[in-house]
Ligand binder design. Sequence first.
Ligand code: PLP
Length: 425
Amino acid sequence: MFSSRTLAMTAVCQTRVPRNANMEKLQNGYLFPEIAMRQQAFMKRHPEAELISLGVGDTTQPIPRVVTAAMAETCHALSTSEGYRGYGAEQGNEELRKRIAEVIYEDMGIKQTDVFVSDGAQCDISRIQMMMGSNVTVAVQDPTFPAYVDSGVIMGQSTSFKKETGAYGRIEYMRCSPENLFFPDLSATPRTDLIFFCSPNNPTGHAASRAQLEQLVSFAKSNGSIIIYDSAYASFISDSSPKSIYEVPGAKEVAIEVSSFSKFAGFAGVRLGWTVIPEELTFSDGSSVGRDFDRIMCTCFNGASSIAQAGGMACLSPQGLKAMKKVINGYKGNAMMLGEAFASAGLEAYGGRNSPYVWVHFPGRRSWDVFGEILEKANVVTIPGTGFGPGGEGFVRVSGFGRREAVQEACRRLRRLFGRRSVVV
Ligand code: PLP
């Protein structure tokens, strides 16, 4: 028998801790959970359906042996007295920092000490936001990878979300659409402290040209802003578009670059990335941005996994780079096939050439409706463009990260669904 006292003790206890008001501002149903919910509801109604996901940008191909062998060796060494290592440097192993500086930023004047190795670009974006604090003003491409906005909202950089506009207040959304060649009209963009810029862009798949990036750097310079350049998909570039913001002269004084081994080397689950903060980059009081980031890394992060870093070293060896290129070309082949499937149905499909993503336009339609139609009629999961900002309305994103056979089958279904309309692109 429970006494009333025991019952009182077991009753649900509510704390008196107030919720972070910025968390309350975040929109429910962050994109991917919302898609998963709709997908599950569909499967409940149609348990027999064979769904193909072209949604989440997760990698599917095995990591080349040359890389996993290096990780296995480091892992096994941890079981020996000679090979055991505890904490490493918070900024990353010296050899890996050096190799990133030399291989990825060859001839760009990036020093080993400018490179901070991490557990991924997304984590670095949050840590950069933490360093910048809540008083800075921020601009993002629209559409954009959601982490820049969400981490800014959590930090208190925004006011509340407005349903009518699909945007948070105090954040500058720089529209990037086919009409402006996916590059914002900077003459109409107000000054902000930070400018998040992702190229090749997720979701549009557009790789900014050299001329576009020169404009961006000169805009940041004249406004005294800092660009936070996300090059997570740089390894997918196969034309002459810059792979790094530091290819643009003068960028070191105004840009941070975050990047990742996730898409480049299939490390989405292994977790490894890096951030470059050149020595030349300073705050308005002349103090070093890199020094503050170093402090943040020492406080919030204790160094990337030694096993992952051994993998990173192998990725950047000549053999590793060759093996990685093959995997990336396979994904790009998928993206090209998807682009062609939509284009052959008369739809405008962008991206794919320098990116694993294809951004498809459905003029006059709502992107969640298109998502629903493709799910119901072709049993293919896409991402509704509005998940990436108000500028994504009327678009869906598909990803070339799937397995080849699944992508081929998806293409067949999409051609069947949309049939042959007049060819536009
Ligand atoms: N940046 C962009 C533009 C992305 O699309 C993603 C993941 O999809 C990330 C960063 C996340 O990178 P990481 O896995 O290194 O955290």
